[in-house]
Design a protein around this ligand. Structure first.
Ligand code: SF4
Length: 413
């Protein structure tokens, strides 16, 4: 089996995120420090500008998945009547809030002073955050992001977002008692833009052959861009990671000893099986070099008006992959295939996430029939292990890689 060369910056990221969670825990009992829970597609820059500590329940749930404690926590929510059909992030988070169990030093996230929910990722978050509001009895700021059915984002949708974000700036100031100054907000937006640019550049470096890291690595290195976007620490971290990736490219260090095949990933990571999947693909000298999921945190609207930063931000918060219809997704996937010289696509058909998985079978057919790209569909769940089988998935990966190899051989012949 190919051996992986480990990434030095991972230790720095663990330190950065560990410090952040320690600060957040310490702030729980500080009446002068506000904490807000926010959805992963939410406008966190406004919280950072307002001096509020953001907590991402999805990020915390993913940590629980990686530590393999999410089943136990989901079961607590299920015992209280939350259906197994509900997203496993929501069940992990609600189970954690109800029981106090969680992945942060064995405990749940620090309690929120208020909540921020943006439905640009899915409709599930709307009900999930209403439930959190009932549990914690705190204010909820709701940002309604219209779904974009076409390829081009509608100007009236951007107007609508802009009005809501402007209102949110005031609302956060009202809750904290410290109005957010426009200068501070602009400064935070600039920091966020720089971090997003770095995160995109790092992922684009994976176009290089061999790729200096793979998508399983990018799943892990995603945490700062989600949580600390808009802070100097986030920029410094990604500068370090980018420098390391450039160094690896210069030295010819890949993610595998021999990178023979390059694959793309669609949908959320399967947090409790990262090692298994990474090893199984490695056995075939296949590197996953790009994913729609990690790229979701650097989407910028195509015609963003940079002369008006708030409007550009409003357009960006509509621009994500998951907030778009199938024509947009097909275009993005095919662009990925070309940019990253992919031999195939792995689609995680995610039981939890209908917003991501809806239309995936149709997309898979289109990629196969229209573009000749082999696709593997893996039925799983990002956090709930109860429908997973190593043997079944392993066999399907082996059969898929045979197909990818045979297509390569035919092309060579
Ligand atoms: S349904 Fe999907 S997008 Fe929504 S919270 Fe769950 S995993 Fe995230």
């Amino acid at each position: 089996m190919s051996q992986r060369v480990s990434i030095r910056s991972t230790a720095k990221m663990k330190e950065l995120m560990g410090f952040y969670y320690m600060m957040a825990k310490a702030a729980e009992n500080d009446p002068n420090q506000k904490i807000a829970w926010i959805t992963s597609g939410g406008p966190v820059e406004i919280l950072h500008a307002g001096g509020v500590i953001p907590i991402y329940p999805e990020n915390v749930a993913a940590m629980a998945g990686t530590l393999k404690i999410s089943d136990e926590i989901c079961a607590i929510a299920e015992e209280q009547g939350f259906s197994r059909d509900l997203c496993s992030y929501a069940r992990t988070d609600i189970g954690s809030a109800l029981s106090g169990k969680g992945p942060i030093m064995g405990t749940a996230s620090p309690k929120p002073d208020f909540l921020v929910c943006c439905n640009n990722i899915c409709g599930t978050v709307t009900k999930w955050y209403e439930e959190l509001q009932r549990i914690f009895n705190v204010p909820l700021i709701f940002i309604d992001a219209p779904f974009q059915y076409g390829i081009k984002d509608r100007p009236e949708a951007i107007d609508y977002m802009e009005a809501q974000l402007r209102r949110m700036i005031d609302q956060v100031g009202e809750i904290t008692g410290n109005p957010i100054s426009w200068d501070k907000f602009m400064e935070t937006l600039d920091l966020a833009d720089r971090a997003v640019k770095l995160w995109r550049e790092i992922q684009d470096l994976l176009q290089h052959k061999p790729a200096p890291m793979n998508s399983f690595d990018t799943f892990i290195h995603l945490a700062p861009i989600v949580t600390l976007r808009g802070t100097q620490g986030c920029i410094e971290y990604y500068e370090t990671l980018k420098a390391e990736m450039l160094e690896r490219i210069e030295q010819g260090i890949g993610t595998l000893e021999k990178e023979e095949y390059r694959l793309g990933w669609d949908n959320l990571a399967i947090w409790y099986k990262i090692k298994f999947l990474s090893e199984r693909f490695s056995q075939h000298n296949a590197a996953l070099v790009v994913s729609t999921y990690t790229r979701s945190f650097c989407y910028q609207a195509e015609d963003r008006d940079i002369s008006n930063p708030l409007r550009a931000m409003s357009a960006d918060y509509l621009a994500g992959y998951i907030n778009h219809g199938l024509d947009f997704r097909e275009r993005e996937l095919y662009q990925m295939v070309k940019d990253f010289s992919l031999d195939g696509l792995v689609m995680h058909s995610n039981r939890s996430c209908r917003a991501y998985s809806f239309g995936q079978y149709e997309l898979a057919r289109t990629m196969e029939d229209k573009y000749g790209v082999p696709v593997l569909l893996i039925e799983a769940d990002q956090n709930d292990t109860r429908m997973w089988s190593d043997e079944q998935v392993g066999n399907r990966i082996d059969a898929f890689m045979e197909r990818v190899a045979s297509k390569r051989n035919k092309n060579i012949a």
